[in-house]
Every structure is written in structure tokens, then in C-alpha cells.
Design a protein around this ligand. Structure first.
Ligand SMILES: Nc1ncnc2c1ncn2[C@@H]1O[C@H](COP(=O)(O)OP(=O)(O)OP(=O)(O)O)[C@@H](O)[C@H]1O
Length: 380
């Protein structure tokens, strides 16, 4: 029975329920007529994960017992059991610092832009699902306080949503936050934490943003990630400094449109990131010229901004900053975002999707970022 139950995996934590102390066999009577009694302890009831865990547990039990009767008592953990659960998830002592410091094996890639509305979040989610589709374990922190669009772009809104922003609310066990998973990517967003008292136009000041980012990194259980993408608010202010302090090993991807006004601010955001100790690893131009059905070119925002940003960020550094991709204007990309199904998955042959795939591929296969860094030891 234990073996069958060990096959039941908590979909949010991705570990067997047996390891998480969620299930017990209470009584196996010796006569075959009497019911076997088991107990399933959930962190909370009523969430989609709870329904799935109960169904999978019943399937596992029935696969062993066949027609023999059983009774599964489904309940909620006591405070003491929740504490033990937290300990099991976090590891002994329950780490209280975030796991993405300099020695971490997770690549942290911050996505930044100078101006708002240039397509930074669209780039972030498509990179994330493209990297996840390559078999990597990927998470997103949406730290874009005013433009938290990641939940919608990943389809984490609607049916089960209960935050005021319409975004799905993550499961919490004490101060442990379990990020919802969409398209194989673990996602946490400021938009998931807004309630009645926040009308979505909170005046986020530097220290508040710093604390929120710190809390996300510390309390959200991402598990072992290969890549963590951080969707930053546009601009070159406090958040770049916070990021430098909290994630000193972060790599930075700068997103710009071809327009000179956007490109100039994008250069500044790259320079600020560099000044705070991060490494700019590439530029992605989006809303680039597109080719119409009759071969005509639409260059709504001009052309060449991405190459200009990459060129200027390459001056005075030993390693040139590459232009990773030019993502053309695409109605399909925009519609996929509106539907919550990132374009690299839902329309992989669209030229914009292909460009984003190319950017993900170049990021994933660039020279080993771990060379020269101390290896942290991680217990799996
Ligand atoms: N290449 C593109 N072609 C067509 N539409 C695009 C493209 N890139 C982004 N968009 C659209 O532009 C709008 C803004 O994109 P997005 O939200 O990704 O920008 P952002 O820079 O993250 O904005 P914010 O500053 O608000 O966070 C969205 O409606 C998105 O679908």
C-alpha cells in the first residue's frame, strides 16, 4: 500500500504525499470483509489541488485493494501537523533566507525594460514556457507592481480566482506560500495578493517593494529550480537596487521596442543593472517590423532599437551583449497573451513565437554560467 500511496504526488509541491506526512494507513483488519481505514490530511480543502490529491489517493488505494472495502477519512491538518509539513517542505530548521543567493544553482534572469508597455511581460512568460518545454524547472516572480500581467498571460485567472485582481490565490501553509503552476511553470505575482484594502493602485515605495520581493523569494516554495525569471517593473529606480542586493548573481535581459525613445531608456536600465552588480546577458527587441501576407513590411515602431541597445551595452565590457532576438509585431502573439496560453505553445509557427523560442534557446545554451562559481550542495 505504501508503495502505491508514494505514487500520489502533491501537484503544488511535486513530492509524494507519503513524504509530506499527508497520508496514513490507520487500520488493516485481518478479515477481508472489514474496511481498511486510511486518513488523508490536506493543507486546505476545496482547492483544485485538494480534489486532485484525494482522487489520486483513492485510485492508488483501489489499485491495491481491488474490491475490498475501505474508508478514507479526509481532513485538514492540525496546526502542529502544518508546522511539521512546513518543516518537511523547507527542510530541517526551515530555511529563513531565500535560496537564490550567489551560491545557488538556480539561474536568476531578471527581465527589465526602460519604458512600460513594451512587451516585457509577454517576453518573460514566453521565455519561461519555452525553457520549461526544454525540460528545465522554471519559476516566475512577477514583481511588476503596477503592471502585474503575468497571471493573466499564464491563464491563472478566472474560475478559481479569489483575489481582487482576478488572479488565482496561492495556497498558504503558515508563512509558506505554494506557487500555482501553469504550463509547467511555477508563478507568483503581486496581483495574487491584492485584497479589498488594496485597490490595485497602491503607491509602492522602494522599501515596500524591497520587502515584498524579499518575501516572495523567501516564503514562496519554488523547490529546486533551474531558472527563475523575474519580471521587473519598468524603469531604472529602487527595484534595480533591491534586485542587486537580494539577487547579486542575477543575469539581466533588457527588452526594448525598435523606437529610439524606448531604446534610450532601455540602455539606462541595463547600465543601472550593471552598476548594481548584475550582468546583462542579452537584449530582446519586440514589436519589431513584421512581414505582411503580400510580403510588405510593417514597421510601426521603426527598426533597429534592439541592435542599438545591444551595441551601446557592449561598449566598455569584455563580453559583448548579444541581441537575442527580434520579435515581430504579431496579432497572434497578442491574442495568445489575452487567452492566457503563451504563443510559443499555442502558435509555435508564428514568426514571433519562433523568435522567442530562439531567444530561449540562446539563453539556455549560452556558456556555462556556473563556471568559476562555488557549487552549493543541495539535498534533493
Ligand atoms: N510583438 C508584439 N506584437 C503585438 N503585440 C505585442 C507584442 N509584444 C507585446 N504585445 C502586446 O503589447 C501589450 C503590452 O505588453 P506587455 O504587457 O507584455 O508589456 P510590459 O512591458 O510588460 O507592460 P508593463 O509595463 O505594463 O508591465 C500587450 O497587449 C501585449 O499583448
Amino acid at each position: 500500500m505504501q508503495e502505491a500511496l508514494a505514487g500520489v504526488v502533491d501537484p503544488e509541491i511535486r513530492r509524494p504525499v507519503t513524504e509530506l506526512g499527508m497520508v496514513d494507513v490507520l487500520d488493516v483488519p485481518t478479515d477481508d470483509e472489514s474496511a481498511v481505514r486510511l486518513e488523508l490530511r490536506l493543507t486546505i480543502t476545496g482547492c483544485p489541488a485538494a480534489t486532485r490529491i484525494e482522487r489520486d489517493t483513492r485510485d492508488a488505494i483501489e489499485s491495491v485493494l481491488g474490491q475490498r472495502p475501505y474508508e478514507l477519512v479526509v481532513g485538514v491538518m492540525t496546526p502542529e501537523q502544518r508546522r511539521e509539513f512546513q518543516e518537511r517542505v523547507r527542510g530541517p530548521g526551515g530555511a529563513r533566507t531565500h535560496p537564490f543567493g550567489r551560491d545557488s544553482l538556480t539561474r536568476v534572469i531578471a527581465v527589465t525594460s526602460g519604458k512600460g508597455g513594451v512587451g516585457k511581460s509577454t517576453v518573460t512568460v514566453n521565455l519561461a514556457v519555452a525553457l520549461a518545454a526544454r525540460g528545465l524547472s522554471v519559476g516566475i516572480v512577477d514583481a511588476d507592481v503596477h503592471g502585474y500581467s503575468v497571471p493573466a498571460l499564464m491563464g491563472l485567472v478566472g474560475e478559481h480566482a479569489s483575489s481582487d485582481s482576478g488572479a488565482l490565490v496561492p495556497t498558504r501553509v503558515g508563512d509558506l506560500i505554494l506557487p500555482p503552476i501553469a504550463h509547467g511553470v511555477k508563478v507568483i505575482s503581486i496581483g495574487m495578493f491584492l485584497d479589498d484594502s488594496d485597490d490595485g493602485v497602491v503607491a509602492w515605495r522602494g522599501p515596500m517593494l524591497h520587502r515584498t520581493l524579499e518575501q516572495f523569494l523567501r516564503d514562496v516554495h519554488f523547490g529546486d529550480l533551474d531558472v527563475l525569471l523575474v519580471d521587473l517593473p519598468p524603469g531604472t529606480g529602487d527595484v534595480a537596487i533591491s534586485l542587486g542586493q537580494l539577487l547579486p548573481g542575477a543575469e539581466v535581459v533588457v527588452v526594448t521596442t525598435p523606437q529610439p525613445a524606448a531604446a534610450d531608456v532601455a540602455v539606462r536600465s541595463g547600465l543601472v543593472a550593471r552598476r548594481t552588480g548584475q550582468r546583462v546577458v542579452g537584449v530582446i527587441e519586440t514589436m519589431s517590423p513584421a512581414i505582411g501576407a503580400n510580403g510588405e513590411s510593417f514597421a510601426l515602431f521603426g527598426s533597429g532599437g534592439g541592435a542599438r541597445v545591444a551595441g551601446r551595452l557592449s561598449a566598455d565590457v569584455p563580453e559583448p551583449v548579444p541581441l537575442l532576438a527580434e520579435v515581430p509585431l504579431s496579432e497572434s502573439l497578442r491574442e495568445a497573451g489575452d487567452r492566457g496560453t503563451p504563443s510559443v505553445l499555442s502558435a509555435p509557427d508564428d514568426p514571433a513565437s519562433r523568435a522567442l523560442q530562439q531567444a530561449a534557446e540562446r539563453l539556455a545554451t549560452r556558456p556555462d554560467p556556473l563556471v568559476g562559481r562555488p557549487l552549493g550542495i543541495r539535498v534533493r
